[in-house]
Design a protein around this ligand. Structure first.
Ligand SMILES: [Zn+2]
Length: 136
């Protein structure tokens, strides 16, 4: 996890100021704004990991429905594969207009009908959960 500093001067109290990213006796000062953004980012990553799991398992069930048992359960994926699915979720969440197969580049042309269906289901699950979570 990267720590960010904006360089802005923050007023801490009467006559007390600190610059975000500047040395203090307690280490580098980080302003409230940067600290909050990191908390938000961390929550976003955690949420994206949960969504990735659900989308992956729904796609796995879809594969099983046509007799394809090659999809591994979430727990059996290594962390790189989990992170790849997590970042795929974040790409879709950060770009709501992105087409379900947009992140596959030139590979789109070689997708089977089953792979294409899985891409649409993955994309659909991500946005369905995002809509549900943003509902008041
Ligand atoms: Zn800052």
């Amino acid at each position: 996890m990267t720590t960010t500093y904006c360089g802005e001067t923050e007023r801490l109290g009467p006559g007390q100021k600190a610059v975000c990213g500047q040395k203090t006796p307690d280490g580098l000062h980080q302003c409230k704004h940067c600290a909050q953004r990191e908390v938000d980012d961390e929550q976003m990553r955690k949420a994206a990991l949960s969504v990735a799991r659900v989308a992956h398992e729904v796609c796995g069930a879809l594969a099983v429905s046509r007799g394809d048992y090659s999809s591994k359960p979430w727990e059996s994926l290594d962390s790189v594969d989990q992170q790849q699915l997590q970042s795929r979720v974040m790409v879709f969440l950060n770009n709501p207009g992105l087409h379900p197969t947009a992140d596959m580049g030139n590979a789109v042309a070689t997708l089977s009908a089953d792979d294409r269906a899985a891409a649409y289901v993955f994309h659909g699950v991500v946005h369905a959960i995002a809509r549900e979570q943003s509902r008041d």
